[in-house]
Design a binder for this molecule. Structure first.
Ligand code: ADP
Ligand code: MG
Length: 400
């Protein structure tokens, strides 16, 4: 189904089918005052005191030892509150600020369940982007090490033949993006009749990317008496309704402290026009404090052009957007993660969920369409208790 955006800015030559992914949802823009926020001073930050230690949860010895190895000392608030409920088999809608450990909140109880009954294809995890699915897969491997539990990544842009072979081997967990999962169900390669745990990470994003229908059809293949777990930092009322339809009396646990993660210092940068934006960015990025930066742009084309311009000006930058092949996307992200380049220019494809250590700054070169996108973009910094900075470029037309 094609959504209509009558008032959206004019776009050139986008085929209709692709348009839904980038279509603006709010043409009025966000008032610049919403991009300004002081971070909590480190000394004023009162860390959450968890009720449980990881040892208190009914988790297998191997998981506890893996957590120890990964230097997870104590549960974060969302973990503290959701893990016991999840272990009881409850359906959960878990809401917590960016970078506060939602992945472990759903993965640890899943791995614990699997360590007791090692059923094939009994867990399905959906995520909005391939990179996020990949990251969840990596986390699954970290937390489940030594237990001979297997996962398969089922995402678009990757060799489907190999994915089919892997599914046939009978992994315990399938992690993927809705489109490819639905494709493989259609080909009768993937059967979900044994799934007892269904996870929607960043459910709100999947719905506004236009995946709602795919998710409905996937959910209809899974037995109704499953456990359903949904996590995000943001949730609109309409998406919550949809998620509730998939679930059985879900418990909503919200530990969202403020709209944005309060470890992120936020400010605006006034710029006159397009060229001035580029000059300002170049000047900023040549300062040493801008150590590791994600620059968000609006369009795939604009993002690529900006990355090329930076690189030509002596500031090597990688670009990540939907016009690149999957292997190019992966290489760009890897080079940035491994500090081979310090600048990643990205569309919103990188706004959700990605956990890249030590991002010092997020710069919104182009403003986000809606405030929730802003929350997630800047949430790539200030993760796991660290501090970060977010700067948003504001042009005269935005200052009203
Ligand atoms: P979210 O999904 O809430 O944005 P993630 O699950 O990606 O956050 O976690 C953010 C970072 O915090 C990751 O690097 C993760 O390894 C780390 N982390 C999560 N929980 C803990 C914990 N209890 N102790 C230490 N580090 C943690
Ligand atoms: Mg996450």
């Amino acid at each position: 189904m094609q959504r209509q955006f009558r008032n959206g800015p004019k776009r050139r030559n986008y085929p209709m089918a692709k348009r839904r992914f980038n279509a603006p949802r709010n043409v009025k823009g966000i008032h610049p005052s919403k991009f300004i926020n002081k971070a909590i001073e480190p000394e004023a930050d009162i860390p959450y005191v968890p009720v449980h230690s990881f040892q208190d949860f009914d988790l297998s010895k191997q998981i506890i030892s893996n957590l120890d190895y990964l230097k997870y000392e104590k549960p974060s608030e969302i973990q503290d509150k959701c893990i016991p409920l999840s272990l009881e088999g409850k359906d959960i809608i878990g809401l917590a600020n960016t970078g506060t450990g939602k992945t472990a909140a759903f993965l640890l109880p899943i791995i614990n369940k699997l360590s007791r009954s090692r059923d094939m294809v009994s867990v399905l995890i959906l995520a909005p982007t391939r990179e996020l699915a990949q990251q969840i897969d990596q986390e699954f491997r970290n937390f489940s090490a030594g237990q001979k539990l297997y996962s398969t990544l089922v995402v678009g842009g990757a060799n489907i033949g190999r994915q089919i072979q892997q599914i046939k081997r009978g992994p315990h967990v399938i992690i993927g993006t809705p489109g490819r999962i639905k494709d493989l169900i259609g080909r009768r390669v993937l059967r979900l009749s044994n799934v007892n745990t269904f996870v929607l990470d960043e459910a709100d994003r999947m719905c506004d990317m236009g995946f709602e229908r795919d998710i409905r059809s996937i959910a209809s293949e899974i037995p109704r008496d499953r456990q359903t777990l949904c996590y995000s930092a943001t949730m609109t009322d309409s998406v919550k309704k949809i998620v509730e339809e998939f679930s059985n009396n879900p418990i909503t646990i919200s530990v969202v402290k403020s709209a944005t993660n309060d470890h992120i210092e936020q400010d605006v940068v006034h710029v006159n026009d397009k060229e001035h934006k580029v000059e300002t960015l170049l000047e900023m990025l040549s300062q040493p404090e801008f150590e590791k930066v994600i620059v968000f742009g609006e369009t795939k084309f604009g993002v690529q052009r900006l990355a090329d311009r930076l690189t030509k000006s002596g500031i090597p930058a990688e670009a990540i957007h939907g016009n690149k092949s999957q292997s190019q996307r992966e290489r760009a992200l890897r080079n940035f993660k491994n500090n081979l380049v310090n600048i990643l220019v990205a569309t919103d494809v990188a706004a959700r969920g990605l956990d890249i250590p030590n991002v010092s700054h997020v710069i919104n070169f182009d403003p986000p369409k809606v405030y929730d996108d802003y929350v997630h973009r800047i949430g790539r910094t200030g993760r796991a208790g660290k501090t970060g900075k977010a700067l948003t470029f504001v042009q005269p037309r935005d200052r009203n």
